[in-house]
Design a protein around this ligand. Structure first.
Ligand code: SF4
Ligand code: SF4
Ligand code: SF4
Length: 221
């Protein structure tokens, strides 16, 4: 009897998980469907007013991507603004439209894909560090385990399967939004259409593809 009850519980739990997965996949499907209508351009939106610095995104990213201890693909800065208010500002690779990290790579290991993702081909990277030096955002690190340059990939392995990046899925407040800005109906496009946003260090000419709401000037570095 006890076994029968626990089996029922297991089935119930599995059913709940299946519903959750269906909801999650349905949400992604609406993003994925834009691919059928044209070329994707992945981007992120950070609502600084919704970030309370819990670091769930940082932990999720490290676990998902096997980030070495002491390195970060994403981090959350703490800033005190003029009136003494503390704000938290998430940062990571901006998957720039004009990425300064690509040009100095001597082997072509760092490259920009058609959908905007800036990635590293581990097989070609010789670990020279030229891209790390060239990134105006400090978004890259030398991976001591793999011996290559490393950084945020927008969780390419997940979005390829129609899943959200780990940091976006984990954020409990919805401070992070990911999607296809070439699709005017995507969630991110609809947010960007009605929200005043800022981007980091535009003077670098890198054309970063992360859009911030309520970015304090002190964090624009
Ligand atoms: Fe390259 Fe840095 Fe731009 Fe990322 S943020 S694409 S690493 S220049
Ligand atoms: Fe890390 Fe993926 Fe988020 Fe990039 S998109 S910061 S790799 S979890
Ligand atoms: Fe901010 Fe969301 Fe990251 Fe928490 S998980 S630190 S709220 S961006």
């Amino acid at each position: 009897m006890t076994q029968a009850v626990s089996r029922r519980e297991v089935i119930k739990t599995m059913a709940k998980s299946a519903v959750a997965l269906t909801v999650s996949l349905a949400a992604i499907k609406s993003e994925a469907s834009s691919a059928e209508r044209g070329k994707r351009r992945w981007a992120m939106y950070f609502d600084v007013s919704k970030c309370y610095g819990c670091m769930a995104c940082v932990v999720a990213c490290a676990a998902e991507n096997n980030v070495p201890i002491g390195s970060f693909r994403t981090w959350v800065e703490r800033h005190v603004v003029g009136d003494g208010v503390i704000v938290f500002v998430p940062k990571q690779c901006n998957h720039c439209d004009n990425p300064p990290c690509v040009r100095p790579c001597p082997t072509g290991a760092t490259f920009k894909r058609d959908d905007g993702l800036v990635l590293v081909n581990d097989d070609l990277c010789i670990g020279c560090g030229a891209c790390i030096e060239a990134c105006p955002y400090g978004a890259r690190y030398a991976n001591p385990i793999k011996g290559v340059a490393d950084k945020c990939t927008f969780c390419e392995h997940r979005i390829h399967l129609g899943l959200l990046p780990a940091c976006v899925e984990t954020c409990p407040t919805g401070a992070r939004v990911f999607g296809d800005i070439s699709d005017p109906e995507s969630v991110i496009s609809r947010i960007l259409a009605k929200t005043a946003t800022q981007r980091l260090k535009l003077e670098s000419g890198a054309e970063p593809m992360i859009f911030y709401r309520d970015l304090p000037e002190v964090a624009n570095k």
